[in-house]
Design a protein around this ligand. Structure first.
Ligand code: B1M
Length: 593
């Protein structure tokens, strides 16, 4: 419809030649006035609002399925069930398909796979969201489980290819890897998931035994990306050159091409998300292998060239003089009411419900686009369903929340923050060195404290929360039952519960510190960090050194609430957050380049 309106305006504006697939183009004259208005608003005033109004309207329209929409033949219907993510009518049609096709495998590789390919296409065109893709995978899994009873067990059947998948050494990140596993294994690949914190030595053993077509590496943090470099080196030394696919939140294509690929003998492929991972695996295992490998080599060569140009340019940049600080030095000191006590808190999850950022949970993690609050208020089906699902998790006893915090006397010494023993406020017990910005406003975290030279004592708090106990086990159980959407949504709920709990503990810290939020302060204000002071998590841009986690663990002992630190300074369980908290009114987030 949008295309039809767009073309109408183009022709009005003088367009006289275009190559257009008219198959699905609606006749402009047949489009209702109200829909033309929606399209015009979007085309001529493109804003988040007009886009949301447009997508909201058609998202609902799509749902209005009638009998006529259901395809008439069995193969078409099987593909339809997968695309629609519905199991209604699935089993009788699978039974019918068994009569029509030579083998059950032909049913899988035929209509069911066609459905999954369509799912991939629709996702890439932004017509399906993550949650819907997972529901399609559930239909695929249910179909394969049903058909399996009629199939001969073949030990070495790897479908479209065998993939050994792991989260790298020191990294407990499960959710991203699980998504990749679900998508690949329900698209015809045999995935051997060897879990989290996997060392190169273990990977090499498994690779030698399984001889996979692709090795998949996942990781959350920058350290995990660096660990991928070391893993690639070890693979090279072990004589392995199988294509490696990598992905993760802190990983970039640039890092993959310059740092990882250069350390490996085989191809290294970067995938920004699980669906792109599938697309690349399909190209690699299908007829486009050569083209993809050539593309990778070309891209890498271009990258190396542009990196060389960048390096030359960067060396020519003049170093600016170091100006004075921009943070008020006369800000009042807030003295915490109790310095000696380490506060341990077990919160009831229902109490934390308002602190869970539903926009992030349902928008970012489950992929629902548009204004979530508005969609929920309007009773839109998808928003309501997803909201009900995550709410049921927050009301269940599968999630728990434990946290702790403590105040410490502290002062700045140049770019260092000195932490003193709370017992005497004199003895230095820890020291953090934070980076300073190299351009305006030249901030450093140490600027948010009184200096040693001022003679005035200042304070910080350290905090640790977790909502991750038992999460992996329950998510795996749901996954094994083929409840992929629930499994992913459950893990995502735990992660956002941890973030919400951090918000709650931070609020309690402000209360104890003597500057509580005003009574009209809203949760939105809280999510936007509009309160006094700020919390900074190690690994975030203002304090990127993740090794500082070890110092925080020395001071707080989060082991007492069941949180452990891995050798790469990640917290186990995955749904955990740590932070240093400042009270300074000018404290704010910033990037250090
Ligand atoms: Co935090 N976090 N976090 N975090 N977090 C990042 C990753 C960070 C980049 C934010 C930032 O600085 N801007 C930063 C890392 C920087 C660094 O390493 N120095 C960071 C940090 C520092 C931390 C903590 C260390 C902070 C602290 O508490 N001190 C801490 C670590 C947790 C721990 O130790 N257990 C922490 C905690 C958390 C939460 C728990 C609150 C939460 C969940 C984390 C999680 O996902 N496990 C969280 C979140 C939400 C984020 C951001 C905002 C989003 C991550 C996300 O989307 N996860 C992230 C910043 C960002 O990316 N915008 C950030 C969902 C998951 C499904 O996505 O893992 O990316 P992801 O997987 C994707 C793709 O990457 C890809 O497919 C998946 C989706 O389809 N993919 C592959 C992944 N593996 C693949 C493999 C493939 C192919 C594709 O082939 C094999």
């Amino acid at each position: 419809m949008l295309n039809a309106v767009y073309l109408y305006h183009c022709t009005q504006a003088g367009l006289d030649y275009a190559i257009v697939n008219t198959e699905k183009l609606e006749r402009y004259a047949s489009i209702p006035e109200s829909e033309i208005k929606l399209a015009n608003d979007l085309l001529f005033t493109t804003t988040d609002e007009t886009l949301a109004e447009f997508t909201d309207f058609y998202r609902d329209k799509k749902k209005e399925k009638t009998e006529d929409d259901i395809p008439k033949t069995v193969p078409e219907r099987l593909a339809y069930y997968v695309v629609e993510g519905t199991k209604e009518g699935l089993i009788p049609d699978l039974e019918a398909a068994l009569e029509m096709y030579d083998t059950p495998l032909d049913v899988i590789n035929g209509p069911l796979m066609e459905g999954m390919s369509e799912v991939g296409r629709l996702f890439n065109e932004n017509q399906l969201i993550v949650a819907e893709v997972l529901q399609s995978a559930e239909v695929m899994k249910a179909s394969v489980s049903f058909l399996e009873q009629f199939m001969e067990k073949k030990e070495d059947d790897s479908g479209k290819g065998k993939i050994v998948l792991a989260t790298v050494k020191g990294d407990v990140h499960d959710i991203g890897k699980n998504l990749v596993e679900i998508i690949l294994s329900n698209n015809g690949y045999r995935v051997i998931d060897i879990g989290i914190k996997v060392t190169p030595a273990t990977l090499i053993d498994v690779i030698r035994k399984e001889k996979p077509d692709i090795i998949g590496l996942s990781g959350l943090l920058v350290k995990s990306a660096q660990q991928m470099v070391l893993t690639a080196q070890d693979f090279k030394e072990a004589g392995i050159d199988t294509p490696v696919m990598v992905g993760g939140a802190a990983l970039t294509r640039r890092f993959t091409e310059t740092k990882i690929a250069s350390q490996y003998n085989g191809p290294v492929i970067y995938a920004k998300d699980a669906m792109q991972g599938l697309e690349l695996a399909n190209r690699l295992q299908g007829g486009e292998r050569e083209a993809l490998l050539n593309e990778l080599v070309e891209k890498q060569e271009k990258r190396i060239e542009s990196e060389a140009i960048r390096a030359n340019r960067d060396t020519a940049v003049a170093v600016l003089p170091r100006p004075v600080k921009t943070v008020r030095e006369d800000a009042p000191v807030f003295v915490p009411s109790d310095l000696r006590r380490r506060v341990l808190r077990d919160y009831s999850v229902s109490h934390l419900y308002p602190y869970v950022n539903m926009r992030t949970l349902i928008g970012h993690h489950l992929g629902l686009r548009g204004n979530f609050d508005k969609m929920l208020a309007n009773g839109e089906e998808r928003a309501v369903q997803l909201h009900e699902m995550v709410t049921s998790f927050l009301e269940s006893d599968h999630l728990s929340a434990s946290g702790l915090y403590q105040f410490f006397p502290a002062q700045a010494d140049g770019d260092d923050v000195i932490i003193y023993d709370p017992a005497d406020a004199k003895t230095e017990i820890e020291r953090f060195t934070f980076p300073r910005q190299s351009k305006e406003p030249f901030l450093c975290l140490a600027d948010f404290l009184k200096t040693v030279d001022s003679g005035e004592m200042d304070y910080v708090a350290f905090m640790q929360v977790t909502a991750g106990h038992g999460v992996r086990e329950y998510a795996n159980r749901l996954k094994a039952e083929g409840k992929f959407l629930e499994s992913h949504a459950f893990q995502a709920t735990a992660l956002e519960l941890a973030e919400g709990f951090a918000e709650r503990i931070h609020q309690e810290i402000r209360d104890q510190w003597g500057f509580p939020d005003t009574t009209d302060f809203t949760m939105r204000d809280r999510f936007a960090a509009k309160y006094q002071g700020q919390r900074f998590s190690f690994g975030y841009p203002a304090c990127p050194n993740l090794d500082d986690q070890a110092k925080l663990f020395g001071l707080l002992k989060p082991e007492d609430i069941g949180v452990q630190l891995t050798e790469e300074f990640m917290m186990e369980p995955e749904a955990s957050v740590s932070a240093i908290v400042f009270s300074h009114p000018d404290a704010r987030y910033f990037n250090v380049d």
